[in-house]
Design a binder for this molecule. Sequence first.
Ligand code: PLP
Length: 484
Amino acid sequence: MTETGYHMSAEEFRKQARQLIDWIVDYHERRVVDLPVLSRVDPGAIRRELPEHAPEQGESFEAMMRDVDEIILPGITHWQSPNFYAYFPANVSYPSILGELLSAGLGVQGMLWSTSPACTELETHVLDWTAELLGLPEPFMSRGSGGGVIQDSASSAALTALLAARERATEYRSNEQGLVEHPHLIAYASTQTHSSVEKDARVIGIGRSHLRAIEVDEDYAMRPDLLEQRIGEDLANGLKPFFVCATVGTTSSNAMDPLRAIGRICREHGIWLHVDAAMSGTAAICPEFRSLLDGVELADSFAFNPHKWMFTNFDCDCFFVSDRAALIRTLSILPEYLRNRATEAGAVIDYRDWHVPLGRRFRALKLWFVLRHYGAEGLRHHIRRHIALAQAFASWVEADERFELVAPVPLNLVCFRLHGGDRKNEILLDRINQDGRLMMSHTRLNGQYVLRFCVGQTHTEERHVAEAWRVIRDVTAEIPDVVS
Ligand code: PLP
């Protein structure tokens, strides 16, 4: 007989785990559709319900779950509602949840190959599978010169790319010397690039003024002619262009930067090209959308988030590089306490050298489960469904003379607005989100307030989208014309 002390007993765990799985299934299948999508609590409301101090005596799991229902759930914005159309999806699926649970159950630290070989090898393998599914070229695979790694986020992936680019551009001296010796590094992104790239530029120490925002065309895609011009000006001024971020599917409007044209410019000047395909990269699993990645073979790194639109719960960003040596040389440090025979023989991948954190959990399990459960065929089916639903929604918007589409709809995001001024659109969005039957978000394009409707939740079906459109029209009808 083993001593349990204060630990939860195996029997209790078995019982609670079963009930928790039932709770999760119930939430997804029954409860979530009836809950207001946007949480209605006021700031501080959740904390007010919680005891001021941690408990001195342990409590029952039943008590914890009661508080989940009564305190936590009202403070949840339901990203897993089929009526969630805001921001970008963060869709999950049962195989992914099971993978996450198994990862927690194994409790593995995969910082080195030797600290759990399967954690590393499964990740390498599953990322090769993923690269193949997206049609990424051979150098991005482990059998080529590069390979993939799971990062926590697209933000961290871009940070990692910037670090490797900085090192390469300074002939691997900036880590040693710092940026005082290399003050001329310049990075480029479009005005529509995700804010994480600006944050990353701050983090790596080049400063925001060394990140150029390149203007976009009428479809909000980066203009390669202006990129080239700006690089030329910077070179003429003795500066050192070292990094470009191109986006496949910008956050605001899903614009597609022209990778091939941008890639050619980067190649000509020896600039690191990072491709951020956070949400839209998933579409490349469908051959008919692979042209969005045309020119990706000219990139040095590529990232997309299965935790957005590939049924894999947060966090799971797949980051691929075409030259793993550059990345490893940038990030590798081997203190005595991490030395081991496999690493020193150079026979293995140690993923701690592929990103900022040392410790890492077994995230590949959930991606593996998702890929094996759906198969490429299943993923394509659902991605195509989402895109078809967004296209249908766009056609309804277009046919209603009160509204206008304000950007192309290449995939699953529809950007539109009511005629009649920003205020009217703000009121519409506010009322829709307060109503609770669906949730959307907004952005600004060309200075105008724009509504965003993004289809990508796991269980969103045609009836949900049709109902959302009905609600939007009904709420619109109640907005007085005098508002503009
Ligand atoms: N890049 C793009 C294009 C995005 O849309 C987003 C998030 O919406 C990000 C990066 C940041 O993603 P993450 O939360 O994984 O850092």
